[in-house]
Write a protein that binds this ligand. Sequence first.
Ligand code: ZN
Length: 428
Amino acid sequence: MSLTYQQAGELTWQWLEQIAQVSETDDPDCNGVTRLCATREHREALEMLSGWMGDAGMTVRSDNGANLIGRYASANPDARTLLLGSHQDSVPHGGKYDGIMGVLLPLALVHYLDHHAIALPFHLDVVAFSDEEGTRFGSTLLGSKVLAGGFEPAMLDAQDDQGVTLRQALIDFGCDPERIANDRYPPGDVLGFVEVHIEQGPQLEAEGLPIGVVSAITGIERHKLSLHGQAGHAGTVPMHLRQDALVGAARVIGLVDELCKETDELVGVVGKIGNSPNGVNVIPQRTDLTIELRSPDDATRLAARETLLARIDATLAGLDLRLDQQLIYEQAAVQCSATLVRRLEAAVAASGVTTRTLFSGAGHDGLAMQALCDIGMLFLRCERGISHHPDEAIQPSDLGVALEVLARFVTDLAEDECRSPGAQGAST
Ligand SMILES: [Zn+2]
């Protein structure tokens, strides 16, 4: 009996349900999935994945960054490698799909290829990255930085809440942190990296589409602002003489919201605010807030920053408030490879689905992997855009669609690679 895409999708669904059980249970209020880097749960998840990889005839290895890599090998040992994968870890009380779905879909694809005896002219490596979220040690993209050569040894000194260093946690996990630099893929050997991930936004669902192609991963900047006014009695200081820091903050929040609504491909938020003295009958002396801006286009984001800061200055001057402002974080946008985008769009169209390209507003392992090779991403629709939450949900039948798209992408790439070996994929 031949395995269909939908059947491979059903297999993925069963695996997703099974591996979701591998979650911290110490917390009585714990719901959802909590699976952090270099923990007992991580170990258990890798054992489960190794078993499924072995069932599909893959060779399995783990590296010194606690990544698990299964290989569906080409007959040619010197062939280059296509990387597919995502992260095994979750946020605390996260969902069943963020990350791990992008490990299990490629794994089901290998089952499909193996079942149909489809040989590839390149190695296909399925990666379960150890840590993308950065929940335990506070530094994101750990696994992908190891594979791409971007791992900084200083990261090993990061500590978890119990004071355990990343170095010690990796040693306890069976890794040799001193040898992490050897785990980088040789750049010329890699055809590209493609990740499938839930969208974490509502766009595909709103348009009735199961899958979309990612054009870029957003750039991000964060600012810290302190607005200084003058505290005073809320009953005795006349309104026209007040220097109310919180009134200034309210205007700033409005300015951020307005600018983002009037600018294409720009989103932003004031997500954190602190007010002092924060008394019911005291004029606020000082208000601290953060501003975050995101755009897939760096020029858009930088222009927006300039406009926003000018508007804030003008507004606060009118309120007689003093401002301290500091850029505290900046990450440039990363464009997906135009070639991989085109190939993925073709695979989506060939699967009978309307092609839709969208950018990722969240960070992903591709941010680190682009230092190694071309990157591409597929988004799967998720319910109401919810992620990082136990209510994360997908439609089971979308897994079959994703498998068809992945299979078409991989087999088309294989055909072209056979026609003109070495011409596919360009390492950056
Ligand atoms: Zn994720």
